[in-house]
Ligand binder design. Structure first.
Ligand code: ZN
Ligand code: ZN
Length: 57
């Protein structure tokens, strides 16, 4: 039994549902990136965005 990643443009095939769930986490992390509300800046950590906003203003 193989599982296909349904994420847009990925189409990775893995052999178990556990692997697929773990793999999907990497996509979710990308979506969960924090972004600046004033420009297109993005960071993995909210504190980085805070510092960015403070340095830009
Ligand atoms: Zn994928
Ligand atoms: Zn910004």
């Amino acid at each position: 039994m193989s599982y296909l990643c349904s994420y847009n443009g990925c189409a990775l095939v893995v052999s178990s549902q556990g692997h697929l769930i773990r793999h999907m986490d990497t996509h979710n992390q990308e979506q969960g990136m924090y972004s600046c509300q004033y420009c297109s800046y993005t960071a993995r950590q909210r504190s980085n965005v805070k510092v960015h906003i403070q340095t830009v203003q």
